[in-house]
Design a protein around this ligand. Sequence first.
Ligand code: FES
Length: 274
Amino acid sequence: MFLFLNPTKMSESGDPMPVQTIATVAEMIHVSPFAWSMTLEAGDMVRSSFRGPGQFVHVKCGHSRLLRRPISVCACSSDEPGDLLRLVFEVRGEGTAWLARRRPNDKVDLLGLLGNGFSMDPKGRYLLVGGGIGVPPLLGCAQYAPHGCDAVLGFRDGAHALLTDEFQARCSHVALATEDGSLGEKGFVTGPMAALLEQNRYDAVLCCGPGPMLKAAAGLAARYGVPCQVSLEERMACGVGACLGCAVPMADGAMKHVCKDGPVFDAGEVGWNG
Ligand code: FES
């Protein structure tokens, strides 16, 4: 059972402290022909640094120091004997292929929890909008606001669909869209999203997925006057604000770091045309 906690251990500045730990793989399951769900026992990482659903861990994939990969947390808990983290990832290269070969009791070097996560009220009502591998962290949002979420999930095709049963178990309504029409509505998430915004009142739209989808979803939320938070994807090296490699432009011309200032931003803050 994955439950979210409030952080209990804070750094001197008052921010939750990220932890580097050697986690133990508790479970590996295939969740699509292309994706794995990995559950890890991660010491006190969740208790130390949880700030909200949507944070990520920087995972050392293999033996090179250069092979850390940022992966969003799908769900987490503080179950004994250690905190549990669930990561859902697709194999997209050498690093994630290494990760997919891990099996129960193998060790994985993690740095986390990193970033800020979505700002949510457990009693709030949310529309979750996810695309592709951006879908897993939204499952954590659905757990954080039980019975208060609807979801629109978009995929390239039915074979790439992820976690749809688990969203259906946790959300009042789940709409699916695929580019080829092999599952759910043919097209992009914006079609079902507009229909739900027309029919319901939400405290916020929470989005995670590819950039063009985020931009379109943010525009649609703005048209309906609903606050919108977006989780940005960017290549990361250090993951902690030290290398400047993940800087993105904001609407006011400033640059912010996806790893440290995000990955979740208010949609109105982002420089979409930058
Ligand atoms: Fe190094 Fe963000 S990844 S500053």
